[in-house]
Design a protein around this ligand. Structure first.
Ligand code: XMP
Length: 326
């Protein structure tokens, strides 16, 4: 039997009852595989790693150690939510690593998108490996691999930036959701009691806001990306569009234009908004939105985000534009 092939008899998990059955089965399998040993997990706060963490907390409790690396390119409120949900509510052993300066220092002055991705991916492995080496007696490494990752058919897969761990860290893998599709992972996450905004999150690239702060990343422009993204997400949620538009985010390019604020001339950045619908991310359509919502978002971003005096809406389908700008 090919251990990376989803069993043909496996039913599609579409209901809470099917999720409960999957969870019960996995808890037993995890306890059997792990025994009394220790497990390590890189917990990004994305739905896949969050579901794996919640399963492992139930299965083996304190034998699990989660490492959450804050590389400074996460969305507003994300590191706080990971700490709140996993450490405070679920009682996980969670190591929070503030690696913001380390990442941003390495990225300073680097404008090439692929170089930026490589630096972020390598630095992530280095930080995680350093944390892993500080821990004694870890035998297993848990991962939020899902079935599309194995099939390697999706375009997202080719973007996955995380390489393997160094050879001295040869853990055995624990991959409890490796036969699940994304929608099934969400049903399981919901049944595990994870918050909706974690379970129904839109896709978020590994290099995070780093590829939305176009060109060489600077801290002030990165903050403009983070703040404008938070406003966009808030307004979409208020308009009932969360989970209805496939992906929506902001980009801050590295050029400025003139503007006027309170009668004074400004020379500031624009914020670009991208909101798309797609089935598989190979092609994408621009989401059609009420103009009153667009106007409200423009008003808030120009009033609230420091260093920004203009908002542009990207109305390009994919192709010709990719979804991300880098
Ligand atoms: P593009 O920009 O290629 O994006 O049209 C298609 C989908 O992939 C996501 N994406 C990434 N995901 N690491 C990731 O994990 C990356 O480097 C990366 N680049 C793009 C993008 O957000 C979209 O959902």
């Amino acid at each position: 039997m090919n251990e990376n092939k989803r069993p043909e008899t496996m039913q599609r998990i579409t209901t809470p009852a099917l999720a409960e059955a999957f969870i019960a089965e996995q808890l037993e399998a995890l306890r059997k595989q792990i025994g009394g040993n220790k497990v390590l997990l890189a917990l990004s706060g994305g739905v896949d790693s969050s579901v794996v963490a919640a399963l492992l907390i139930k299965a083996v409790g304190s034998q699990l150690t989660c490492v959450h690396v804050n590389h400074g390119l996460l969305r507003k409120g994300e590191p706080e939510q990971v700490i709140k949900v996993f450490r405070e509510e679920l009682g996980a052993n969670l190591i929070y690593v503030d690696a913001v300066d380390r990442f941003l220092d390495k990225l300073a002055g680097v404008a090439d998108p692929e170089k930026k991705r490589k630096i972020i991916g390598k630095e992530f492995i280095d930080v995680f490996a350093e944390e892993a080496r500080k821990l004694d007696g870890i035998r297993f490494l848990a991962q939020g691999t899902i079935y599309p990752d194995i099939l390697e058919s999706g375009p997202v897969k080719s973007h996955h930036n995380v390489g393997g761990l160094p050879e001295d860290l040869n853990f055995e893998l624990v991959e409890p959701v490796k036969f699940l599709y994304k929608d099934e992972v969400r049903v399981v996450g919901k049944a595990l009691g994870l918050p909706d905004n974690m379970v129904y999150r839109q896709p978020f690239p590994g290099p995070g806001l780093g590829v939305r702060c176009v060109g060489a990343i600077t801290r002030d422009r990165l903050e403009a990306v983070r703040e404008s993204d938070a406003i966009l997400r808030e307004e979409f949620a208020l308009a009932g569009l969360e989970g209805k538009v496939w992906q929506y985010f902001t980009i801050v390019p590295d050029f400025k234009s003139t503007g006027i604020t309170d009668g004074l001339r400004t020379y500031d950045w624009p914020v670009v908004i991208r909101a798309v619908n797609t089935v598989d991310a190979v092609t994408a359509e621009v989401a059609e939105l009420p103009f009153s919502l667009v106007q409200k978002i423009v008003k808030r971003i120009t009033a609230e985000v420091k260093g920004v005096n203009r908002v542009l809406w990207d109305v390009t389908p994919k192709p010709s534009g990719t979804i991300e700008w880098e």
